[in-house]
Every structure is written in structure tokens, then in C-alpha cells.
Design a binder for this molecule. Sequence first.
Ligand SMILES: [Zn+2]
Length: 294
Amino acid sequence: MNHGLGLKEILMTKTFLALCFRKVPGFGLVLFLALLLVNCSHKAAIAPPTGSVASTRSVQPSPRVSQPPDSSAKVVEHCFVDPGTPQTITHEVAPLETIWRISKMYDVSPEAIYAANFLRPGDPIRQGQKLIIPNAKGFRNVIALYPNSRWKYIVIHHTATDVGKAYLINRSHLDRGFWNGLGYHFLIDNGTLGKGDGQIEVAPRWIKQQSGAHCNTAGMNEKGIGIALVGNFNEELPTTNQLQSLNYLLMTLTQYYHIPVTNIIGHRDAPGSATDCPGKRFPMANVRQCLVRP
Ligand SMILES: [Zn+2]
């Protein structure tokens, strides 16, 4: 800002200089040092931090490693795929994903991830960035549960596409002008575009506990948790892994938020909707039946 220049202007006014030079012996040297100091501090204020580049302005907020996204959140993990031997893999950062989440997902310490990617703790990461994950132990689905009384329904969707991942769908929704990008709260991948088959991607709307943009009838965006599975279930069935992950997610959410099984609906079941989502072949009855506890 211009604080330095303002002071410089005051120091350089004719009246001020004349007064000081006449009245104070040695003032010239003091003035020179003062101007030097003012100039240096002004430059320091406008210079970018060492090592930063302009593109870092567009990155996500800096992740706080080893901290859950919200201290009141309960975090549950579902050990989904065990590869046997740990392997080094590449992970593409999804929207609002943090080192904390990625660390839990692969059971690899944040420090090891930072070291493998020449990052310092607290360095920001950006969506779409490729991170090396050393000694990854399969992947786990990590779900944070936030205290919130608004969630009364769960609405299931399909993406109506053969392939997909949160990063791409988020960009596509932004390009189409959807408020806040990815409209769902969760996305269950089908093993395409580098994502795991049955991998649950947690969308920014869930992390921020925002309304969805997935079902604009019957107030479902406000009271319904939106879960989409990647696939076109007019043509095919969800994969077994997708259904297992969906079952796990539904169990977790219905128990925590006390949502009755009858309030798990397909998008087409929402009053006023005109769609066949989540697809004619989606096994809605089986999905509900699996959740009924004896
Ligand atoms: Zn839908």
C-alpha cells in the first residue's frame, strides 16, 4: 500500500525541509537514512513472497494437515481395497481435497506425501494437481459426518455418462453455469479416468455443508443429500464395487442422521421431477432392502 509514499511526501515538503535544515544540524544525514528505510519497506510490502508464483492465487485454501475439516466432525473410514503390497501411485487432487484427506485415504503420513512431492507442510495444493503417494496401501473411503439437522432425505442419481470423476464433473458444472460447481454431495466412481472402482469422492458441498444442486423439486436440494454414481444405468448396471460403497455410505449416513430407509429415493421419485434418473436399470429396491436391519 502507499503508507511509505505518504510519509515520503510529508518528509519532502518544501516547508518541512527548510525548517529542519535550518533548525537541526546534521538533519540531512538523518533524512537520507529515513528515506532509504521508507523505500525499502515499501518494496518489501509489494514484493511477492519468496518462491511464490502468480498462479498460486487460484489454488485452494491451504490445507491444515492432520486436522479434520471440522473439529466437530466425526470421521469414518472404510478400508475398501487392500493391494497387499504397498505401491507408489499418482493421485489427482479433487476439488477441495486436502493432504489430510489424501493421507487418510491411502494410509500414508502427510510428511511422506510432502517429502515425495517436494512440498513443505502447509503448502497449498490445487485441484487437478498430480501428487506422488509413496507406499500407498490401497485406498479407503473417508467420510466426515457433521452435526446437522437439515438432512432428512438421500437422493440417488446417475451421471448418465460412461466415465467420470469429481474433478471433471465439477468443471463441467461450472462451465454450464451451475452455482458452485459439482451439484452432488458425494460421487461414487466406476474405475474410469484414473479413479478407483467404488471410490467415494466427497464433494465440496458436503465438506461445506451446503445445499445441493441435484434435484430442484420438493425442496430436495435443501433437505436431501445428493449421491451420484458414475455410469448410465439406462444402459448398464452399477458395478459391484459401486453398490458396496453405496451400501456403506447409506448405512453411515442413515445411522448418523437418523434418516429412515423410506426416505432414500431415486431422483425420479422426488415429487414433481420429470426424469428417469438414476436410470431404468438401477436396482433401487435391492439397495433399500440391503439396508433393512433385522
Ligand atoms: Zn439425477
